[in-house]
Design a protein. Structure first.
Ligand code: SER
Length: 594
């Protein structure tokens, strides 16, 4: 019988185990990637470590361990069921060109059996089956055999299951081996295992063997020093160890549900209530996001945050919470998590202020918007007959009343209506094009929320990226970017210090493109189409197959989330203020516009 452990105990066991095996503990990076503007959130423990997995030297050494805050938005609409989360914590250990499969698997095996108490007979593992890019991972399988995992418990699966990365479009990746343990329930049949899909076998750990760097043109280049990247989800493993079905039933959410129950005055507003789960999950994620400096807005991270808070408010109303409540829950999150993530208590005041502001603003939005929404549904016979809200009307609710599309869709669904979402996007695009053409209207969700200075600096990074490739060669690839209102900072792969002549030439090329006042256009195309057209750029988070492609005249074509200036002339002039080393094989340029 395994002893149930808490999340705090799990974090402690894991970190201490890897420390005792020579790993340095590092701090969780923020939820907003520091050097990757193409990626909204940190989605895995390895994400902040990409430069090091590609060969840069890490100041803490070659063996690292941490617990990393992560946020994934891919399943945001599924939150409400007992399993999906946006925010979660990931434990991990890394070898940066140090140990590889032999030691990584030995440590995973030791941790599972000695620290978590699994018997080796109840562990099943999967290994990579091999394909045209990489061979079958017999090596990993034979190491598992050596540790006594029975042959019939070792499975070989394809790329879909046993390959990880790259986190974006290019970068470190490789075969992985995943570890599964059984829920206490009967087998589904003779071949019940990791691949059967019945849910009995729970993946609790993933060891990725990063042997390749996938290039933008789809090649898998072996890495000189292969790395190990592992990930173990704190919420999932905690629930498993406690023998409960979902993370919502663990102590990680207990205090939050107690608060929700008190606020709503309802005993049933607990982990098995869908609305309460949404409030709990979204408020936890939102508190962490504000703690990391995100503010509610209509773009990028701010938009996701706004969506989380607003959905939490709507769901709270359904369980009888009509008073202002966000700060009561935020206070619970702050007090329960600050010992692991001290930034929460450090940012307490900001967190409270932002929640109050957003709650007030949304209160007004809801009141006016709901009135308008009901008018739409009740009074116009056309809608009643077709049970479809037109894209134009949905857009009007968005534009005039600040109703996010998802909210309109959800409210419509509750009344048995559908929303013409394609029509909404058409109306959105049309409006955006009008704004870009110079109309004075402010557009919520477009450039209006970003300062023009930031957008111009962002545009300058595209011009700089292309100019560097022209002057230094095609090996130049962006490895990081950071923009403040005053300057841009651009990290890129290049082995040597740039000469004064090269710097002057890069500056000249960028200024030439500024003087040409090139038009900047944005198209949404499939990733495949973007690649075919020769676009450059990373695309960190998997938004699906459609990406935004920014074209600047015939000079630059790059996949990017935006926003950008509408024409290069807006940049006025470009000046490099510093060129320096960022890490091994990576140079850094700081530049300003004038
Ligand atoms: N990067 C891998 C994952 O996210 C292992 O950490 O599963």
């Amino acid at each position: 019988m395994r002893t149930p452990i808490t999340a705090a105990e799990l974090r402690h066991l894991f970190i201490e185990f890897f420390k005792s095996h020579g790993h340095a503990e590092i701090k969780s990076a923020p939820l907003v990637p520091e050097n990757d503007p193409t990626c909204l959130f940190t989605t895995a423990g390895m994400h902040p470590l990409v430069p090091y997995l590609l060969g840069a030297k890490h100041p803490s050494g070659k063996r690292l361990t941490d617990v990393q805050k992560c946020l994934r938005t891919g399943d945001i609409d599924e939150v409400g069921d007992p399993f999906h989360l946006t925010f979660f914590e990931m434990l991990g250990n890394w070898s940066l060109g140090d140990y590889f499969k032999e030691e990584a698997i030995a440590m995973s095996f030791a941790f599972l059996t000695e620290k978590l108490g699994f018997r080796k007979e109840e562990i099943k593992v999967t290994c990579f089956a091999g394909d045209e890019n990489a061979p079958k991972d017999e090596e990993a399988a034979s190491i598992w055999r050596k540790h006594g995992i029975p042959e019939q418990n070792i499975y070989f699966l394809g790329k879909k299951d046993n390959w990880w990365g790259p986190a974006g479009q290019s970068g470190p990746c490789g075969p992985d081996t995943e570890m599964f343990v059984p829920l206490d329930r009967p087998d589904c049949g003779s071949d019940c295992g990791p691949a059967c899909g019945c849910g009995k076998w729970v993946e609790i750990w993933n060891d990725v063997f990063m042997q390749y760097n996938k290039t933008l043109d789809g090649q898998y280049i072996p890495l000189e020093h292969p790395n190990v990247d592992t990930g173990m989800g704190v919420e999932r493993v905690t629930a498993f160890m406690q023998g409960v079905k979902s993370a919502y039933q663990t102590e990680l959410f207990r205090g939050i549900f107690a608060c929700i129950k008190e606020l709503s005055g309802r005993e049933d507003a607990d982990y098995d209530c869908r609305s309460a789960r949404i409030v709990a999950e979204h408020m936890r994620a939102a508190t962490f996001l504000i703690g990391d400096g995100v503010k509610p807005s209509n773009v990028d991270q701010g938009y996701v945050l706004r969506r989380l808070i607003r959905r939490a408010i709507r769901e709270a109303r359904k369980i009888g919470i009509t008073q202002s409540f966000t700060n009561s829950i935020a206070a619970v999150v702050i007090s329960e998590y600050s010992s692991v993530y001290p930034e929460l208590s450090q940012q307490e005041t900001v967190i409270h202020e932002e929640f109050i502001r957003e709650e007030e603003q949304f209160g007004k939005t809801l009141e006016n918007g709901t009135r308008e929404f009901n008018k739409l549904i009740d009074r116009i016979p056309e809608f009643v007959a077709k049970k479809v809200i037109s894209g134009k009307h949905a857009f009007n609710l968005y534009e005039t009343y600040g109703f996010p599309l998802e909210l309109t869709v959800e409210m419509a669904k509750e009344r048995g209506f559908e929303v013409d979402e394609t029509g909404f996007h058409e109306a959105y695009e049309k409006h955006q094009a009008l704004s870009r053409a110079g109309a004075e209207q402010k557009f919520k969700g477009g450039l209006a929320d970003q300062s023009d200075a930031t957008a111009a600096l962002h545009t300058a990074t595209h011009l700089l990226h292309k100019a560097l490739r022209k002057v230094l060669g095609e090996h130049v690839a962006q490895s990081g970017s950071n923009i403040t209102a005053e300057r841009l900072r651009f990290d890129f792969s290049h082995p040597d210090k740039m000469t004064p002549e090269q710097l002057t030439e890069v500056e000249r090329i960028v200024n030439e493109q500024i003087q040409k006042d090139l038009p900047i256009t944005c198209e949404e195309v499939s990733l495949e189409e973007a690649r075919k057209r020769g676009a450059i750029g990373l695309f960190g988070e998997k938004y699906g197959e459609v990406v935004k492609l920014y074209t600047m005249g015939d000079f630059s074509m790059e996949i990017c989330g935006g926003p950008h200036a509408t024409h290069t002339g807006a940049l006025k002039s470009f000046k490099i203020v510093k060129e320096e080393s960022s890490s091994r094989g990576v140079r850094r340029i700081k530049a300003v516009l004038g």
